[in-house]
Design a protein around this ligand. Structure first.
Ligand SMILES: Nc1ncnc2c1ncn2[C@@H]1O[C@H](COP(=O)(O)OP(=O)(O)O)[C@@H](O)[C@H]1O
Ligand SMILES: Cc1ncc(COP(=O)(O)O)c(N)n1
Length: 280
C-alpha cells in the first residue's frame, strides 16, 4: 500500500465564529487545495456576516506555543499570517521568521474587516513595517492596507502600482496589492516581484458574498508554495481559485451581511467550483 502524505501548511490567524474569514476560511481553502492545514489562533472574534461584536486577543506566548507545538512535530512547508491583533504577536512571529522557523511565509496584513471593524491598531502597523514585512516571501494587502503600510495619502493611496512598488522596494518581498474594493469592470491584483510589476486582471464579479476573499487568496498562495509552485505561479493560481470560489458563491445566501465564498462549489454541486457566473 502506498502512503500518500499531503504538504503541511500553518495558518497563524484569528478565528471568525461566523466561519467566513480568518482561520475558518484558511482551513477551507487548504482542504479544497489538498494540503493539510494546521493553526495557531491569535484572537477569537465573535463575528458574523454583519459585523464583529467582540475580540479576545490571545497573549503572544500562547501564539508562540501553538506555532512551536506544530513545528516541533509536523513538516510545515509554508506559513500564512492573517489577523495579528497585538504588536507583541507581530514581534513574536517576526522572531520565529528571523530564526528561519517559518518557511515560505505569506503575510496577509489584516487590518479592517469587510464589515468595517478595525482589527489592527497603530502599533501593530508599526510592528509590521519594522519587523515582519521584509521577512515575508509574499505580502498580500488590499489597497487600503497597502496605503497604510506604505504611509501614503492622496492619489497615490488608490494607485495599486505605486503601492506595490513602494512596498516591494522597501521590503524585498513579492507584494500583491489586491483590488477587490477598487471600481471598474475588471478586478486587478497588482504584483511587484523582483523589481517588475505585473497586473493580473479578471472580470469583476457581481457578488456581495466577499467575506473572507482576502484570507482565501493568501491561504491559496500558501498552499501553492507548499506544493512547490514558484511565487508567481502560486499567485496566479490563487487568483484563479478565489475567482472561482467567489463566482460559485455569488448566488447563495448565508447570513444577512456579505456572505462567505463557496470554496467547494457546494452551491452548484453539479458543476463544482468554477461554474459560469454573473459578471458585473
Ligand atoms: N467582486 C470581485 N470580483 C472578482 N474578484 C474579486 C472580487 N472581490 C475580490 N476579488 C478578488 O479576491 C481577492 C481578494 O481581494 P480583496 O477583496 O482586495 O481582499 P480583502 O478581502 O483583503 O479586502 C483578489 O484576488 C481580488 O481580485
Ligand atoms: C478573524 C478575521 N480575520 C480576517 C478577517 C478579514 O476578512 P475580510 O476582509 O474578508 O472580512 C476577518 N473579518 N476576521
Amino acid at each position: 500500500m502506498t502512503s500518500r502524505t499531503p504538504p503541511v501548511v500553518l495558518s497563524i490567524a484569528g478565528s471568525d465564529s461566523g466561519g467566513g474569514a480568518g482561520i475558518q476560511a484558511d482551513l477551507r481553502t487548504f482542504a479544497a487545495l489538498c494540503v493539510f492545514g494546521t493553526t495557531a489562533v491569535t484572537a477569537v472574534t465573535a463575528q458574523n456576516t454583519t459585523g464583529v461584536r467582540r475580540v479576545d486577543v490571545l497573549p503572544p506566548e500562547a501564539v508562540t506555543a501553538q506555532v512551536m507545538a506544530v513545528l516541533d512535530d509536523l513538516p510545515v512547508a509554508a506559513v500564512k499570517t492573517g489577523m495579528l491583533a497585538d504588536a507583541g504577536t507581530v514581534d513574536a512571529v517576526a522572531g520565529m521568521a528571523a530564526a528561519e522557523r517559518l518557511p515560505n511565509l505569506v503575510v496577509d496584513p489584516v487590518m479592517v474587516a469587510s464589515s468595517g471593524a478595525v482589527l489592527a491598531s497603530d502599533d501593530v502597523v508599526a510592528a509590521y513595517r519594522r519587523r515582519l514585512l521584509h521577512l515575508a516571501t509574499v505580502v498580500t494587502p488590499n489597497v487600503a492596507e497597502a496605503a497604510v503600510l506604505a504611509d501614503v495619502t492622496g492619489a497615490a493611496a488608490a494607485d495599486q502600482t505605486v503601492l506595490a512598488r513602494i512596498l516591494g522596494e522597501r521590503t524585498g518581498a513579492t507584494v500583491v496589492v489586491t483590488g477587490g474594493h477598487a471600481g471598474g469592470p475588471r478586478c486587478a491584483d497588482v504584483v511587484w516581484h523582483a523589481g517588475e510589476i505585473q497586473v493580473l486582471a479578471r472580470p469583476r464579479l457581481a457578488t456581495g458574498n466577499t467575506h473572507g476573499s482576502g484570507c482565501t487568496f493568501a491561504a491559496a498562495v500558501t498552499a501553492g508554495l507548499a506544493t512547490g509552485a514558484g511565487v508567481l505561479e502560486a499567485v496566479q493560481a490563487a487568483g484563479e481559485f478565489v475567482h472561482a470560489a467567489l463566482r460559485s458563491g455569488s448566488s447563495w445566501r448565508l447570513g444577512a451581511g456579505p456572505g462567505p465564498l463557496d470554496h467547494f462549489g457546494w452551491s452548484r454541486p453539479e458543476v463544482g467550483t468554477g461554474p459560469a457566473g454573473t459578471e458585473a
